[in-house]
Ligand binder design. Structure first.
Ligand code: AMP
Ligand code: GLY
Length: 415
């Protein structure tokens, strides 16, 4: 089989590693890929980036399966385009991708199908949003409706902050078109959890849970990032939390997807908040998480290609997903200064063969891995307990060095 993966982060590297384990997989093309996929066995990087040129590539290179890594191409309709050309692809159609691409679409869907979520109001007029804020409960969460590279959610601790956020989004257009409407949402307190799952058009089959650490600083302080580390399973996802998730979120999502005819085979990633009042759905993503994927895939014993193929036929069940029973800890190493400005072009040393190290922001040049992005790599430890997995991740991390490197030392510490 010949597989095409779009994207170039640690998530895509982890997907390529897992898929390459299958002996039926002959070649994996990554568009654009990174310094690791450039040199991995069976793997090759290509330049195509827009959905039309990716479709041309898939056609001319007889690609048997395409897996979009990130959300942007899904929202642009890569799945609809590929299907119109009979090119097999794993992911949601453009309309279903709106569950990630538009917060108001997602919230209206949740409300319509009784999926437990924070109270909210959507506004297309800044004046109405500002007048609503005069009497709204504080803290409040201000969300740009569209995709804003993970920056469109602002937690406001005061009315002034909320007014400023609405101004920036709707009047100053700081996120462009993505901010032409806003969702103002009830603030929820609790513990966050990520549950990835596969939707096969009939049922949702969840993966083991994960816990992302989104802030740049230790003790969850400072700016938001794409994710600085993950542990899996998530210690807060107890059996009763999981039951609550199935009953009030996942099962109702299936009902909604079918009723709205949003049928596809692909990933649904649930961003959850576990509160005293039960589990709430903060958001859907319609693709794997980064760095959740790097933490979760090493614990999956079943073959990923088999899972995707079964989902494509609408026959996936829990029995198809075997987990090792271990825990994992994934720690992201970033360029100093990230998520603001940072230097790049530094050589990475200390990565040894057969270690669970996934590259995101690095290119391969003249026999060396050279940093090229904010989040540079993810190191993963796996072990029987979370504590040992964490030790293993940091033992590996201590050996990997580049100039100005930064990583959090508290990934896996439970608050
Ligand atoms: P989202 O892009 O919707 O996942 O939001 C990004 C982050 O903002 C989440 O991971 C949460 O940490 C936080 N967040 C989003 N919505 C809420 C909410 N209603 N209450 C509290 N925190 C939230
Ligand atoms: N780690 C969160 C995300 O991938 O959106």
């Amino acid at each position: 089989m010949r597989i095409l993966i779009t994207g170039g982060g640690g998530r895509e590297h982890a997907l390529a590693v897992k898929l390459a384990e299958n002996s039926r997989v002959e070649r994996i093309f990554c568009a654009p890929g990174n310094g690791a996929t450039a040199i991995m066995d069976k793997c090759e990087n290509i330049e195509a980036s827009d959905i039309e040129s990716l479709a041309e590539f898939a056609f001319s290179h007889s690609i048997d399966l395409t897996i979009p890594g990130a959300e942007d191409l899904l929202v642009q309709g890569i799945v609809d385009l590929f299907e119109s050309k009979n090119l097999p692809i794993f992911g949601p159609h453009k309309e279903a991708a709106q569950l990630e691409g538009s917060k108001s679409f997602a919230k209206d869907f949740m409300k319509k199908y009784g999926i437990r979520t924070a109270e909210y109001e959507t506004f297309t007029s800044a004046i109405k949003a500002l007048s609503y804020l005069e009497h709204a409960q504080i803290p409040i969460v201000v969300k740009a409706d569209g995709l804003a590279a993970g920056k469109g959610v602002i937690i406001c601790q005061s009315r002034d902050e909320a007014v400023k956020a609405v101004h920036n989004i709707m009047i100053n257009n700081c996120f462009g078109e993505a901010g032409s409407s806003v969702v103002l949402e009830e603030y929820l307190e609790g513990y966050e959890a990520s549950i990835l799952s596969v939707f096969d058009g009939n049922t949702i089959t969840p993966f083991i849970s994960a816990k992302d650490h989104k802030k740049i600083g230790e003790g969850e302080t400072g700016l938001n990032t794409g994710g600085m580390g993950v542990i899996a399973p998530n210690p807060y996802v107890t059996e009763s939390v999981y039951e609550d998730f199935l009953k009030n979120i996942s099962d109702r999502t299936v009902v909604g997807l079918k009723a709205e005819n949003l049928i596809f085979s692909g990933i649904i990633f649930f961003g959850l908040m576990i509160t005293e009042k039960g589990v709430y759905l903060l958001e859907y993503n319609l693709r794997m998480g980064d760095p959740e994927t790097q933490a979760v895939l090493p614990l999956l014993e079943s073959d990923l290609l088999d899972i995707i193929e079964k989902a494509g036929k609408g026959h996936l069940s829990m029995d198809d997903l075997k987990w090792s029973g271990n825990c994992s800890c994934a720690v992201v190493q970033a360029s100093g200064g990230y998520p603001l400005s940072y230097e790049k072009g530094y050589e990475i040393r200390g990565i040894e063969k057969d270690q669970l190290v996934y590259i995101s922001g690095a290119q391969f040049s003249e026999g060396k891995l050279i940093t090229s992005g904010g989040r540079v790599l993810t190191v993963v430890g796996t072990a029987q307990t979370a504590e040992e997995a964490k030790k293993e991740a940091y033992r590996l991390m201590d050996k990997i060095t580049f100039k100005d490197q930064y990583y959090r030392k508290d990934i896996g510490t439970i608050e």
